[in-house]
Design a protein around this ligand. Structure first.
Ligand code: KIV
Length: 270
């Protein structure tokens, strides 16, 4: 199993691969494919819990789903996302919530959607033995502030703020940085400036690694962002299998003889 140190060492080498997973069967597939990092993202809210945003996701949700992923993951580093308001309000609550991901769910690190308020917290968590993956650029927990999910770091001042925050989180001890939906040239500059690996999503080709939401990759999502790429069509496969099942039950074709058994010794009860 790679450690956060292995991943730090990988910066600038072969690209780091990261994908989300939220349940055991998906995690097993993602792990067996040789993915370096499995992120149990709070995108769980959209992909699996039927919410419109990530805001309603709770710490208990994250613990349950991260534990399911950790149970079947042999090789990838498992990172648990910290959901909305689970960190950054009160330091001891933040530490306790992040600690639950390692103690109860067997994650090896946590990811924080970052801002100026997470620099000290990152330092504290790292001192306590909780490795931190920072996340800058588009941070979906700010959806109500943004009024949607717009590209970030598009003017000089915003780009400089992202670079400053990236450096501050590296200094505070973060072992890697996710950069979401920012210009590729900004992501390239941040990657140059940092020693820790950057992992991009909608951030161009020059990050040290890439991450996507697994439902988008396999083609299960009803909608995916423009920076994502669909590599399969699981939704069409599922729709066709479920349609076939419904038709087979309705027509009496299923269950057939090979799906049933009779017990010769049972007397008729009715
Ligand atoms: O929640 C999530 O899945 C994420 C990734 C998209 C980086 O934060």
């Amino acid at each position: 199993m790679p450690t956060v140190r292995d991943l730090k060492a990988k910066a600038g080498d072969e690209p780091i691969t990261m994908l989300t997973a939220y349940d055991a069967p998906t995690a097993a597939i993602v792990d067996e494919a040789g993915t370096d990092i499995i992120l149990v993202g709070d995108s769980l809210g959209n992909t699996s819990l039927g919410y419109e945003t990530t805001l309603p996701v709770t710490v208990d949700d994250m613990v349950r789903h991260t534990a399911a992923v950790s149970r079947v993951t042999d090789d990838a580093l498992v990172v648990a996302d910290m959901p909305f308001l689970s960190i950054g309000v009160d330091e001891s609550d933040s530490v306790e919530n992040a600690g639950r991901m390692l103690k109860e769910a067997d994650a090896q690190a946590v990811k924080l959607e970052c801002g100026p308020h997470t620099v000290e917290l990152t330092e504290k968590l790292v001192q306590l033995g909780i490795p931190v993956m920072a996340h800058l650029g588009l941070t979906p927990q700010h959806v109500n502030q943004y009024g949607g999910y717009p590209r970030q770091g598009t003017d000089q001042e915003a780009a400089e703020r992202i670079l400053e925050l990236a450096e501050a989180h590296e200094e505070a001890g973060a072992f890697s940085l996710v950069l979401e939906h920012v210009p590729a040239n900004l992501a390239a500059d941040v990657t140059q400036a940092l020693e820790i690996p950057t992992i991009g999503i909608g951030a161009g080709p020059d990050c040290d690694g890439q991450v996507l939401v697994v439902d988008d990759v396999v083609g299960l999502s009803e909608w995916a962002p423009s920076f994502s790429k669909q590599f399969g069509n699981v939704r069409a496969e599922m729709e066709s299998a479920v349609d076939d099942y419904v038709s087979a039950v309705e027509s009496g074709e299923f269950p057939a003889e090979e799906h049933s058994h009779e017990e010769a010794d049972l007397e008729d009860l009715y």
